[in-house]
Design a protein around this ligand. Structure first.
Ligand code: PBG
Length: 331
């Protein structure tokens, strides 16, 4: 045989030398679920190892991640029911604990990159990302609400605004609103290809943000999130977001949509972010708990696959653990 591919796999030194994809903690974003009680530390039954934290606990968590080489965080609020209404008024309120937490984090850790979430669902009594009007999610009436939310977040200190609500025209609308207030340096990480996925379950448990079973309120998000069957439509969304001034294009979920990540990475020179979502992490954790999979090996392989597919920014509940493994292992 002239060609023996196995020769290049003979030792750890050779494998390291020819390895094509490297993932470092600098690529990873750690999600944070924030509670109003400053000292809260509440487990999430469907996502073992991830907690809903109060700001004092978040400060400790961010410090720990930073010392492991993770400098990026995406934060979501668990809003008490009494603060919810149809229009998500609390999202821009001066009392909002989420906005206060952002200011505190950026004051204590000016070198971190803090990413926000723009969507009505954590604040909405309907549990939808947009405004429900006569049983429908109204695109154009949602836009001013999310623009105001983005501006409030920029003012609070977030570095990157993360619109996750899939309304049409939102990137241009948010960009215009940010620029008008002087926040020209605040970036937009657009959830470009966000699919109507079954893998968001644990996240909705964590925030109690699932669509509500109410009369005249749709029970799923299929009129705004994308159909999992569609690939070309992701290219259409990406072209719009790029033209509207997005700084990153995101694909979500990640593992079930690696083809979409590759597609967008090939089509656009913008950085591609991938959201390795709660359900994708939860199923791996559940199998590991039963001894059916090795957590470290399976989680590392999943993260590496997302990177290999073309994502440079990876949001994952495994971020911190992966950074720990990087410190220990060099093979
Ligand atoms: C909603 C939002 C969701 C997630 C991030 N932002 C849930 C949804 O669309 O219902 C899911 C993330 C995850 O599952 O980890 N604004």
């Amino acid at each position: 045989m002239l060609s023996r591919p196995r020769r290049n796999r003979q030792s750890a030194a050779i494998r390291g030398q020819v390895r094509e994809t490297v993932l470092t903690p600098a690529n990873l974003v750690q999600p944070i679920f924030l509670m109003p009680d400053p000292h809260a530390r509440l487990p999430i039954a469907s996502l073992p190892g991830t907690f809903r934290l109060g700001i004092e606990e978040v400060v400790k968590e961010v410090a720990a991640c930073r010392s492991l080489g993770i400098y990026s965080f995406i934060m979501f609020p668990a809003v008490p029911e009494e603060h919810k209404d149809k229009t998500g008024t609390y999202a821009t309120s001066a009392e909002n604990f989420y906005l206060h937490a952002a200011t505190r984090l950026k004051t204590e850790f000016p070198d971190i990159c803090l990413i926000s979430d723009v969507a009505l669902d954590p604040y909405s009594t309907d549990g939808h990302d947009g405004l429900v009007v006569n049983g429908k999610i109204d695109n154009d009436q949602t836009l001013p609400l999310i623009d105001a939310m983005a501006v409030a977040q920029a003012r609070a200190g977030f570095d990157v605004i993360g619109p996750s609500e899939m309304m049409d025209g939102r990137v241009a609308s948010i960009r215009k609103a940010l620029d008008a207030e002087g926040y020209t340096d605040v970036s937009i990480m657009s959830y470009t290809a966000k699919y109507a996925s079954a893998f968001y379950g644990p996240f909705r448990d964590a925030l109690d943000s699932a669509p509500r079973l109410l009369k005249d309120v749709p029970t799923d998000k299929k009129t705004y999130q994308m159909d999992p069957a569609n690939r070309r439509e992701a290219l259409r969304e990406a072209a719009l977001d790029a033209a509207e001034g997005a700084d990153y294009l995101m694909v979500k979920p990640a593992i079930n949509y690696l083809d979409i990540i590759r597609e967008l990475a090939d089509a656009h020179p913008l950085p591609i972010a991938a959201y390795h979502v709660s359900g994708e992490c939860a199923m791996l954790l559940a199998a590991a708990e039963r001894g059916w999979l090795d957590y470290q090996q399976a989680a590392s392989e999943a993260l590496l696959s997302i990177r290999r597919a073309g994502a440079t920014v990876i949001i994952s509940y495994f971020a911190k653990d992966f950074a720990k493994w990087c410190q220990r292992d060099f093979h």
